[in-house]
Design a binder for this molecule. Structure first.
Ligand code: ZN
Length: 178
């Protein structure tokens, strides 16, 4: 009798996913199947799984009347998952693969950013040079025009790339007047 009960209680884990895109209410909802009729095991009563075929359509459809404690099934399944899937090797592999994927994704995005960043850096350097010239007292009409031109280019570049301005710490603060 005990053996028969055990056989009946034995449910299969399937690859099925909970349908409808919503998170299942219980850990193994939709995953446990009756070994006799293939119906899903559902929560029946307080904290117990039972065959849906037996519960809703009676013994003529499925004779599996076993009701298993939800906690027992959940604990056993989680233990098996931990032991067989989450080995240190497996975890390390997952971390390595994730790191590779993130790096590859960053590389894909990099050229676009560099393409926009390079001319902007150049024009920002130009501005800094002109500012230095002004501070050094070399302020002429042409210096001022150059500065305005460079600043306009910089703003255009920033808008195109939507790049935030370099932190003020990057600007040279050589003189006490700054
Ligand atoms: Zn059944």
């Amino acid at each position: 009798m005990q053996q028969r009960r055990t056989a009946h209680a034995q449910s299969q884990l399937t690859n099925g996913k909970a349908r409808g895109g919503r998170l299942p209410k219980y850990l193994l909802s939709g995953l446990l199947k009756c070994a006799l009729c293939g119906s899903s095991f559902i929560i029946s009563g307080v904290g117990r799984y039972a065959c849906n075929g037996h519960i809703s359509r009676g013994s003529s459809v499925c004779t599996n009347s076993v009701r298993v404690a939800k906690k027992l099934v959940d604990d056993r399944c989680l233990a098996a998952l931990r032991e067989e899937l989450l080995t240190p090797d497996a975890v390390e592999q997952i971390i390595r693969k994730t790191t590779r994927l993130i790096a590859a994704r960053n590389r894909e995005r990099q050229p676009e950013r560099e393409h926009l960043q390079r001319p902007l850096t150049k024009v920002e350097t130009e501005i800094m040079n002109i500012m230095s010239a002004i501070k050094a007292g070399i302020l002429t009409v042409s210096t001022k025009a150059e500065l305005e031109q460079a600043e306009a280019e910089r703003d255009e570049g920033r808008q195109a790339g939507n790049i935030t301005p370099a932190r003020t710490g990057a600007l040279p603060c050589t003189g006490p007047e700054f």
